[in-house]
Design a protein around this ligand. Sequence first.
Ligand SMILES: [Zn+2]
Length: 400
Amino acid sequence: MPAIDGDRLLRDLHDLREIGQYKTGVHRPTFSRQDVEARHWLAYRLAEAGLDAAIDGIGNVYGRDRAPGRKLLTGSHLETQNHAGWLDGALGVIYGLETARVLGHGIDVAAWCDEEGHFGSFLGSRSFCGLLGEAEIDACANRETGVPLRDALDRSGFADRPRRKIETARYRGYLEAHIEQGAELEERHLRLGIVTAIVGSRRFRIAFTGEQNHAGTTRMAARKDAGVALVRLVAAIEDRFPALAGPRTVWTTGDIRLHPGAPSVVPGRAELIFQFRDTDPAVLDALEAALDELVADAARGPCGVAVVQRSSTAPSAMAPGPQRALRDAAQRLAPGQHQAMPSGAGHDAQILAQVLPSAMLFVPSIGGISHHYAENTRDEDIVLGCQVFTEAAASLLSGR
Ligand SMILES: [Zn+2]
C-alpha cells in the first residue's frame, strides 16, 4: 500500500493555517478576504497535484481527476468559525489532496463552501447535490453583518460562474475526514473514530410575551415577567428531558434575550434559542412532543408563549461499505486503537450521504477542544489518520 508523505501533509496544513492566522488558530469566515485567498490557495495546490482545479458559482473548490473511470469523492471545508481552530475542515480537505497525490488517480477533492453556516446551512454541499435553489441563495445573508450572499459572491469573484452539480454515476462514494471535536477518543486512549451516523438536530426559537413595567413600582403579584417565564421553561426542560434521552442525546439553550434588557425594567418580552440532537428519529420526536407540552404548560402562566420558528436536520446514517473500508484500514494500521461512534456535530457528509454512499473518519482533538483557537491534534494522529484514509480510499476504488 502506498505511503503518504507525512511531512508534506503537515506542511500543507501549516501553510493553510497562515491564511487568516489568529493566535494559534484561524479566523477565516466565509468569503472574508482570507477565506477567498484560501480557496485560491487550494485550487493552486490541486492543480499542482495534476487535478483539474476550479472554483464554482457558490464558492466550492474542486479538484477533478482527469483519468477515465469511477472516482471516490473526498472533501470537507475551508472556512472557519470566528477566531476558531486550524484543523476544523482543513484537515479533511488536505487529506483528500494528499490521497489524490499518493494514489495518482481515482480521487476527486472538494472544499464545500460555508459548512460553518456564516450565510446559510451547508450551502456548498447542498448546491453540489442539487438541494439548493436560486431563491434560497437570494434570501441568504451573513448572520453577523447582514451582507447578502449574492453580494459576497460578487465581491469574491464567483458570482458569474456556474454552480457545479454532481454526476452520481462518476462516484463510488464519498469519504470525509474530520477532527473529532469532542474528547471521547482521547479519554479512551484511541486514535481513530469511524462514524456510524451523524446526529440530526431540531432547533427552536421560543418567544414569551409579558408586560413591560417599572421594576420599583410593579408589585410582584401584579407582574407578567417574560424573563421569569423563560427561565421556568428552561428549568422544566432540564427536569423532563433526561428521562426521554438516549445515552448521547444533547440539548442546549444557546441564547437568551430579554427586552428591553434594562436593570429597572420588568422584561415584557423574552426569547430563547433551543436545540437538541440525537441519531435516533424516535428520540427526536419524543423530545419535540415533550417540548410542545412544556410550552403549552408555560402558556397557562401569566405570560404568552409561542414557538416562533422550527427547523430540523434528519439524522444521517453512514454507509456500511465505506465504514468497513475505514475500519479495516484502521485495524491494519492501529489495531485495537479505533472505535465506531456517532458524530455529535454536523458535517457535509450528512448532505453527500443523501446521494452517495458516504462515511467519515475522526482523529482525536486534544482536550476535546474545537471552535476555539486552541484546537489541536497530535502530529502522529494527523499522519496516521491520513494513511488510514488513503488506504480505505484505495480499497474502495479497487472495489474490494
Ligand atoms: Zn468542520
